[in-house]
Write a protein that binds this ligand. Structure first.
Ligand SMILES: *[C@@H]1O[C@H](CO)[C@@H](O)[C@H](O)[C@H]1NC(C)=O
Ligand SMILES: *[C@@H]1O[C@H](CO)[C@@H](O)[C@H](O)[C@H]1NC(C)=O
Ligand SMILES: *[C@@H]1O[C@H](CO)[C@@H](O)[C@H](O)[C@H]1NC(C)=O
Length: 414
């Protein structure tokens, strides 16, 4: 009898402990961002998650009121309107600083990055993008579309003059989607950037891109890529019929009997690869051959990155699952339901309701947000990055990048 009672007592305690453990695990998985932070010294990030509206939106906090969202939305729209109306004509580099002076670690200074930005419209969003990625030791080339209004061009010209290592391409193309001009504008910038021997990796950006990583995180990720490129590449056999039909590439014979592949234009390239692009006569001939073909920009890197002689190449098919340059959602993919924004030309334009999944991906940049459609999403990403810059947060997902097929491939080759 006594023995039986004791056992009941012990069972009850074990049961209680189990309940506490299960409760603990459940609550941790629900509040994961906070849990990740509570054991660290990351005070800015903790403040961000606990006390800011943006932190609460990313956490999908149910206590957020729609009046809070409306207030932030109209405040940001007012600011945006002011930027449009404001001209920088009286802009004085020595007194006015629209660009914050971010903390820069030694690790970042030792590892400069080069960027091309193909800009078309939305001065406010462009400023927000450049402000977020700008570090004086990196290199930037900006191409402004020939169609862009004169006032935008003038404004960008004035305020970039104050920024070290920011270059405005004097040669301007009429950049039309799907045309050679996309590639021409980018090549112009790339050639300029190659004059600087310091940088290690190259990224091409659109005005509608926004970073998901801080500059320090970007440096740490690029180092893990082991000089490999991030370039998607798929053979024509696997393209959908309607994509095939439009491809004039199939009606022209490529130089050197090259096999043509298709992928994303937005890429991450090692320096040696960019040097190869500008020094190889084979690439030169292929580049000229692409003139007057359909979407040449989506065939250029995808085909070159298959060549064994291209530094950082990868010889296998590469679809978007392993693509880290961009986080995008296409309307024809299984994850299309995730998009809380709207689809424009088959791509999700995100809004603040998407922050929880956009902000946690392994990708370097997101495409796309539009500050006209939703200013909150971009604002909150900017604030989230700012908190991590203040904390000098390092990446925690090294294993993910080390396990990318292209990185594993490079280790087998050497
Ligand atoms: C910006 O300019 C437009 C006219 O060009 C004007 O209607 C609007 O009130 C201005 N907005 C602000 C915030 O000054
Ligand atoms: C740019 O190209 C488009 C179509 O290709 C054309 O309609 C437009 O007039 C051109 N604009 C300029 C400034 O050349
Ligand atoms: C591309 O083709 C057009 C004619 O269609 C020509 O005017 C232009 O010079 C070509 N560009 C290059 C880089 O060869």
């Amino acid at each position: 009898m006594f023995y039986f009672e004791g056992r009941t007592h012990r069972d009850a305690i074990v049961c209680l402990i189990l309940i506490i453990i299960i409760w603990g695990i459940l609550s941790l998985s629900i509040e994961r961002p906070i849990q990740l932070l509570s054991s660290t010294k990351h005070s800015s990030s903790r403040d961000f998650f606990f006390s800011s509206l943006c932190g609460r939106l990313i956490r999908q906090d149910k206590t957020v009121l729609s009046v809070e969202i409306d207030r932030l939305d109209s405040e940001l729209r007012r600011k945006q309107q002011l930027t449009y109306n404001d001209t920088y004509i009286a802009y004085d580099c020595s007194t006015k600083t629209i660009f914050p002076k971010y903390k820069i670690t030694e690790e970042e200074k030792q590892y400069p990055i080069a960027f091309t930005i193909l800009m078309y419209d939305n001065l406010f969003q462009f400023e927000q993008l450049l402000k977020t990625i700008y570090r004086p030791h990196n290199f930037y080339c900006i191409h402004i579309d020939l169609k862009t209004s004169h006032i935008i061009y003038k404004n960008v010209k004035i305020f970039t003059k104050c920024l070290k290592n920011v270059y405005l391409s004097p040669v301007r193309y009429n950049v039309t989607w799907g045309r050679y001009s996309v590639l021409e504008a980018e090549q112009e910038c790339q050639q300029y950037l190659l004059k600087f021997p310091q940088w290690n990796y190259y990224l091409n950006l659109a005005g509608s891109d926004f970073p998901l990583k801080t500059n320090l995180e970007l440096v740490q990720i690029l180092k893990l890529l082991n000089n490999q490129n991030d370039v998607t590449s798929m053979p024509y056999g696997q393209l959908k019929q309607n994509q095939k039909k439009n491809n004039r590439q199939l009606q022209k014979i490529p130089p050197f009997r090259m096999i043509i592949y298709k992928g994303e234009f937005h890429v991450t390239l090692s320096r040696k690869f960019v040097e190869f692009v500008h020094s190889s006569s084979m690439v030169r001939e292929y580049y000229l051959w692409l003139n007057n073909t359909y979407v040449p920009d989506e065939h250029f890197y995808s085909t070159i990155n298959r060549l064994k002689q291209a530094p950082g190449h990868y010889t296998y098919d590469w679809d978007i699952e392993q693509y880290i340059s961009r986080y995008k959602i296409w309307g024809d993919r299984p994850n299309k339901e995730l998009c809380q924004g709207k689809y424009v030309r088959g791509i999700c334009v995100f809004n603040w309701k998407d922050l929880w999944h956009v902000s946690t991906g392994p990708q370097l940049f997101v495409n796309k947000f539009s500050s006209d459609y939703d200013p909150i999403g971009l604002y909150c990403l900017e604030k989230y990055l700012q908190a991590r810059i203040d904390d000098q947060t390092s990446i925690t997902e090294e294993y993910y990048y080390k396990s990318l097929n292209t990185v594993k491939y490079s280790k087998h080759q050497s």
